[in-house]
Design a protein around this ligand. Structure first.
Ligand SMILES: Nc1ncnc2c1ncn2[C@@H]1O[C@H](COP(=O)(O)OP(=O)(O)O)[C@@H](O)[C@H]1O
Ligand SMILES: [Mg+2]
Length: 538
């Protein structure tokens, strides 16, 4: 183990050095880059040490303890906690893309141990690196040609939020509009090349080594590294760091809703962009006065119901995935807000309709026509327990016949026998400790198969899995568990998308008939569900 850790550190240093030289040589700002690049080898060494310490701790703490015994469970809980704190510490010290990885771990409920999810969730979404006001001041001068106090009528020097790659300041324009100014951290663009090399190294080389160890030691928490590596590759495309690209994505997203999902369009919003005050590294947008998507107390105080918010989030993303084929792939809690629909008044029950506000449009992915329709047909099969459709479309998406049951399990987080069970409540998950440990047991039991599945699937589907993880985490907070309503919404929109592809062959009347049948089917499921819950209550 220590030999492997040693190899890792040497590799890290060599790679770090190479990337450093290239980054400085190709940079338009060599002095800043030099300062940044000199810390890279140190960071890589830190990575290697953290990995080695975690591995050593698991090995030492569980040594000679009988698996399943009370002492073993207690020791495992403690070592999970310690390791999660070490990982969190590493993410904070290294910053940038590491925070993104930490955020992703915090979404992997049911797959990684609860201790990791909790510790990462509390810290990663809120406590991110902060640039000093001097640094922000310099970026504004460089990007907009003058200091913040001149360009804006007011500019709050304290950031209202700081995320992995940028921080946001409240400000007011000279014509009195309240705006949010997103300013890239100083290291943002210039360190890209290093990040690319470094993350390729971290996600591919040393994870391969880690995975070897994981096979030896069953208690080490596992997560899906290929997914991580996919994200790293995406981040390295510079797209997420170009704020003008991000702004254009937000416009395109809203336009898609207007054209392709007119019934949902008014419930979706993205802050307006102030193009004259935006550049690749600084984005000025309308300030959104709204509740964070998982702040249940704030949501209720606005007269909204968390369950309605959850339905809207599910509908919005199902429309994007199955109908638009242009998907916001980073829907974690800090990237979504909610407010009452501006035109909507209180109804007699004191409920208002929610409007979902999408922030952070840096990471979008397009699904081509066949991937989109196969994925929609797969989800239709999953919701209506159609084993043949699940197999057919899993194979079309590249999972292979041997791994389609596992693919269904990864998508729904339910065991295969539940997925294809024809009863109405086949996708109900109690969310209790039993369910949780059963799923974690599956994740560790089938780790090699899961890795193989992730290797086979197209990259864009991996990102859909990540999106799925984020949405599941948000819905979990809003609903205090899981709800079948979420699956009904997904089933309905996936079916509409599948039917839509046949419009030219079948004509509109047949599509209409198919939709009537679909509604009847969903109604049947609902009635059956009421019956089951009544029977259970008795
Ligand atoms: N238009 C806005 N109005 C109000 N708050 C905003 C706005 N844009 C961003 N924020 C706040 O700033 C945080 C970070 O913004 P985000 O665009 O997600 O940056 P990053 O890409 O670095 O994650 C958000 O979680 C939100 O709290
Ligand atoms: Mg964000």
């Amino acid at each position: 183990m220590w030999r492997a850790a040693g190899k890792l550190s040497v590799g890290a240093a060599v790679l770090g050095g190479g990337a450093t030289a290239v980054a400085i040589a190709t940079s338009d700002d060599p002095s800043t880059n030099f300062k940044i690049c000199t810390i890279v080898p140190l960071r890589l060494l830190r990575d290697a040490l953290t990995v080695a310490t975690i591995v050593g701790d698991y090995q030492y703490s569980l040594w000679n303890l009988k698996e399943g015994s009370i002492e073993w469970s207690k020791a495992k809980h403690e070592v999970h906690k310690r390791s999660a704190h070490r990982l969190q510490d590493l993410c904070f010290r290294n910053g940038g893309i590491y925070i993104k990885l930490g955020q992703h771990i915090s979404q992997l409920e049911y797959v990684v141990p609860e201790e990791y999810v909790q510790i990462m969730r509390v810290s990663m979404l809120k406590r991110c690196p902060v640039s000093s006001y001097d640094q922000v001041h310099n970026v504004v001068i460089k990007e907009l040609g003058g200091p913040p106090e001149k360009i804006f009528a007011e500019f709050d020097p304290n950031p209202l939020a700081s995320a992995s790659l940028a921080q946001v300041h409240a400000a007011r324009t000279h014509d009195g509009q309240k705006v949010a100014v997103k300013v890239q951290h100083i290291f943002g663009g210039s360190i890209l090349l290093i990040l690319h090399v470094k993350m390729a190294f971290l996600c591919n080389l040393d994870c391969g080594w880690l995975m070897k160890f994981v096979k030896v030691h069953p208690s080490i928490p596992r997560t899906n590294f290929s997914d991580g590596s996919e994200e790293c590759q995406l981040l390295s495309t510079t797209v997420e760091l170009d704020f003008l690209f991000e702004a254009r994505n937000s416009v395109k997203c809203l336009d898609n809703f207007r054209r392709l999902s007119p019934r949902t369009a008014q419930s979706i919003y993205a802050p307006k962009v102030y193009w004259n005050l935006s550049t690749t590294r600084l984005l000025t947008m309308e300030f959104m006065d709204a509740a964070e998507i998982t702040d249940v107390t704030a949501i209720r105080s606005l007269g909204l119901e968390p369950v309605d918010v959850s339905k809207l989030v599910t509908r919005a993303f199902a429309e994007m995935i199955f109908k638009h084929g242009f998907v916001h792939c980073d829907p974690h809690a800090a990237n979504m807000m909610v407010r009452p629909l501006p035109s909507n008044k209180w109804n007699i029950f004191g409920r208002r309709k929610p409007q979902l506000i999408l922030l952070d449009h840096g990471l979008y992915r397009e699904l081509d026509f066949s991937t989109r329709t196969n994925y929609a047909a797969l989800w239709k099969g999953l919701v209506f327990a159609d084993a043949n459709a699940i197999k057919e479309n899993s194979i079309k998406l590249g999972a292979g016949e041997d791994l389609c049951a596992l693919f269904a399990g990864v998508l729904t987080m339910r065991p295969w026998k539940k997925v294809i069970d024809p009863s109405a409540d086949h996708l109900v998950l109690e969310g209790n400790d039993g369910d949780r440990s059963e799923l974690q047991m599956y994740a560790s039991l089938y780790f090699p198969q899961i890795s193989e599945l992730l290797r086979r699937l197209p990259r864009v589907i991996l990102l859909m899995l990540k999106t799925n993880d984020c949405l599941r985490a948000v819905n979990h907070v809003l609903l205090q568990g899981s709800s079948l309503e979420t699956f009904f919404i997904v089933g309905r929109i996936a079916s509409e998308a599948v039917a839509d592809t046949k419009r030219s062959i079948w004509g509109s009347l047949c599509i209409w008939l198919e939709m009537v049948l679909l509604e009847a089917r969903i109604l049947g499921l609902r009635v059956a569900l009421q019956f089951y819950s009544l029977r259970r209550a008795i």
